[in-house]
Design a binder for this molecule. Structure first.
Ligand SMILES: Cc1cc2nc3c(=O)[nH]c(=O)nc-3n(C[C@H](O)[C@H](O)[C@H](O)COP(=O)(O)O)c2cc1C
Length: 180
């Protein structure tokens, strides 16, 4: 059984959510896949405080908040799909805080070799930089990258073609999983 953890980094349940849902469902179609979708905004995640290298010494984060609920999910996942709206040509603060708080796993190499995929949505511009931030996160954690998509909406609702792109990414992830 392959476990897919999908992360929605928008505070809203709109474009990013719909795209991440489409990617996730397309992966699940291959069968033998367990999926879980997490809205970061449902979790109370504080900023990394850059404390005194507690996580480097212990492999754990000393901040007792909802990130503690996500650590086991991340550890168990084989695939991590992260979606973000583009905010100021970057990921949202929700995603950045989440990324920063995975630092214990940097020291324990807990995400190493897991598969990552990314989705970025923008109204107009900056989506590639948002994708690049997520791709760097995967790289720093020594993860494998299955692919990514960026969608520019022009402040319009998602088109069928956008959802098709999401499904294609999902199929690509599924195909990568069959190869490993
Ligand atoms: C604070 C903020 C910053 C934004 N910055 C950008 C930006 O730099 N480039 C862009 O094209 N759209 C920007 N947007 C628009 C969002 O990326 C866009 O509306 C996106 O579709 C929202 O995704 P969601 O529907 O999943 O929440 C910004 C929106 C907000 C609220």
């Amino acid at each position: 059984m392959v476990k897919v953890l999908s992360i929605v980094g928008s505070p809203r349940k709109q474009s990013t959510y719909k795209l991440i849902k489409a990617v996730t469902e397309a992966v699940a179609k291959k069968g033998n896949v367990e999926t879980e979708l997490v809205h970061l905004s449902d979790f109370d995640i504080e900023h990394c405080t850059g404390c005194d290298d507690y996580c480097e010494k212990t492999g754990e984060c000393k901040i007792q908040d909802d990130m503690q609920k996500l650590y086991p999910k991340l550890k168990e996942a084989d695939v991590l799909i992260i979606g973000t709206p583009t905010y100021y040509w970057n990921v949202t603060g929700l995603v950045k805080d989440f990324i920063d708080r995975t630092t214990p796993f940097y020291y324990t190499e807990s995400l190493k070799s897991k598969m990552g995929a990314a989705v970025a949505v923008a109204e107009e511009d900056g989506q590639d930089l948002a994708l690049s931030a997520i791709s760097s996160f995967f790289e720093i954690h020594k993860m494998k990258q299955a692919g990514s998509i960026s969608i520019v909406t022009g402040d319009k609702p998602l088109r069928e073609a956008d959802l098709e792109m999401a499904k294609t990414l999902g199929k690509k992830i599924a195909n990568e999983l069959m190869r490993v």
